[in-house]
Ligand binder design. Structure first.
Ligand SMILES: [Zn+2]
Length: 351
C-alpha cells in the first residue's frame, strides 16, 4: 500500500517542514528474533534471510519511520574479518542496499546508506586513519551505486573518525547525517565536548549532526541541549530505549541488582529487558527533543515498532500502525464502553 502519493521530497525539504523519523536498532531486533549473533553483531541475516530484513523495514515504515536505512551497519571489513566472511563484504552491502531500496520505493520513504565506527581507528596511528578511510570509501561507493538519498554515519565515539566518514560522504556528493555515540564520560574519545565535535562536523558540511545509541533518553537529553545551543543546522537525536541514569548513563554501564542469574557482571547486551523504556517514555522523549529543536528523531538499539509508532504519534503523526493504537475503552474489565458487562467492570479492582 502506498502511503505517500506525492513525489518524493528530499531529506532537507522534509526537515525544513518538520520532524523526520528514522527507525534504527536492526542488530538488536534481529538478534532477539534469533537471526543474528550478539557479540560479533554482523548482519549476516541480510544474505541468509533477506525477507526478514525487508519485513522489519516494512514494520518500521508501517509504524512511522520516514527513512529506510540499509542494514549495512557493521557490514564492514573489520567486522566481517571477525566472523571469517570478508569475501562476502560486497555481497552483503549490495544486498542490504537493494532490500532497503525496494522497501523505500514501496512507500515513498527516504532511502539511506549507512556506515559506522570501524573499531580500528586509533588516534595515535596514522596508518589506521588511512585504513578507516578505505573502509568508508568502499561502503559509500556501494551506497552511491545504489543511488541512496543520503548517507548516515553513526555511533562514532571518536569525532575524528566521524570527520573522515563525513569527508568520504561529501566527496561522494551525498547529504550526510553524522551522529556520535557518547559513553560514560560526556565527551568524545578525542576529548572534545559534544558541542565542539558537532560544531566541527557542521562546519565540515554535515547536513545533520547529533547523537545516537549508547545513552537512553534521560541521559542523552542534557547533551542534546548543549549541541542545540552550539550548532545552527539540524540536530539528530536517536537514543537507545533504556532507562539509563546519572550514575549509569549508558546501556553498557547499567547493572541489575535484581537479577542473580546473569552470566556476567552486566545486563548488556542481551539482558536489558527490565530496563526497556515503555512507549510513553519514548513519546515523552520525542516531544521534548522536538521542543528543544531536534528534528531528526529516532530510536536505536532495542527499538521495536511500538516505540517508533509512539514517537510518530508524539510528533502529531498518524502512521498506518496507529489504526491499532490502544483503546482501553473496549477492554472487558477496564473499559468504559456502554455495552460492556457490569459484572466484569465491577470486578476490575480485583484484577
Ligand atoms: Zn544503537
Amino acid at each position: 500500500m502506498r502511503t505517500s502519493p506525492e513525489p518524493k521530497r528530499s531529506l532537507s525539504e522534509r526537515l525544513t517542514d518538520g520532524p523526520v523519523i528514522c527507525a534504527e536498532g536492526y542488530l538488536f531486533e534481529l538478534e532477539r528474533r534469533g537471526y543474528l549473533q550478539a557479540g560479533a553483531y554482523v548482519p549476516e541475516v541480510v544474505i541468509e534471510h533477506p525477507e526478514l530484513v525487508a519485513e522489519l523495514h516494512r514494520e518500521f515504515v508501517h509504524a512511522g519511520s520516514d527513512v529506510v536505512e540499509a542494514f549495512t551497519y557493521y557490514a564492514h571489513r573489520e567486522k566481517l574479518r571477525i566472523v571469517g566472511r570478508e569475501n562476502d563484504l560486497e555481497r552483503i552491502n549490495r544486498q542490504a542496499l537493494q532490500i532497503a531500496k525496494d522497501v523505500a520505493s514501496e512507500h515513498g520513504s527516504l532511502f539511506a546508506g549507512n556506515i559506522c565506527n570501524t573499531n580500528i581507528y586509533d588516534p595515535a596511528d596514522a596508518a589506521t586513519h588511512k585504513a578507516v578511510r578505505g573502509m568508508f570509501e568502499e561502503q559509500v561507493g556501494w551506497a552511491t551505486d545504489a543511488n541512496v538519498d543520503f548517507i548516515i554515519g553513526e555511533t562514532f565515539s571518536y569525532a575524528a573518525e566521524a570527520l573522515i566518514a563525513l569527508d568520504v560522504i561529501k566527496k561522494a556528493g551525498k547529504p550526510a547525517v553524522i551522529t556520535l555515540a557518547v559513553h560514560r564520560e560526556p565527551q568524545t574519545r578525542d576529548g572534545w565536548s559534544v558541542a565542539e565535535a558537532c560544531k566541527r562536523m557542521e562546519s565540515a558540511g554535515s547536513d545533520v549532526v547529533g547523537l545516537n545509541c549508547i545513552r537512553g533518553p534521560r541521559t542523552m537529553m542534557p547533551l542534546l541541549r548543549e549541541i542545540r545551543a552550539a550548532v545552527k543546522g539540524h540536530v539528530a537525536a536517536l537514543p537507545v530505549p533504556y532507562r539509563t541514569t546519572d550514575k549509569e548513563p549508558t546501556f553498557q554501564s547499567l547493572t541489575d541488582p535484581n537479577c542473580s542469574c546473569l552470566p556476567g557482571d552486566r545486563p548488556f547486551p542481551v539482558a536489558l529487558d527490565p530496563f526497556t523504556c515503555n512507549r510513553f517514555e519514548i513519546a515523552e522523549f520525542g516531544s521534548e527533543a522536538f521542543a528543544l529543536g531536534a528534528r531528526y528523531l529516532g530510536v536505536c538499539c532495542g527499538a521495536g515498532p511500538h516505540h517508533i509508532r509512539a514517537l510518530a504519534e508524539a510528533l502529531g503523526r498518524r502512521p498506518p500502525a496507529s489504526r491499532y493504537s490502544a483503546d482501553m475503552s473496549k477492554h472487558a474489565f477496564l473499559g468504559t464502553d456502554k455495552t460492556l458487562r457490569k459484572v466484569n467492570q465491577n470486578y476490575a479492582p480485583k484484577l
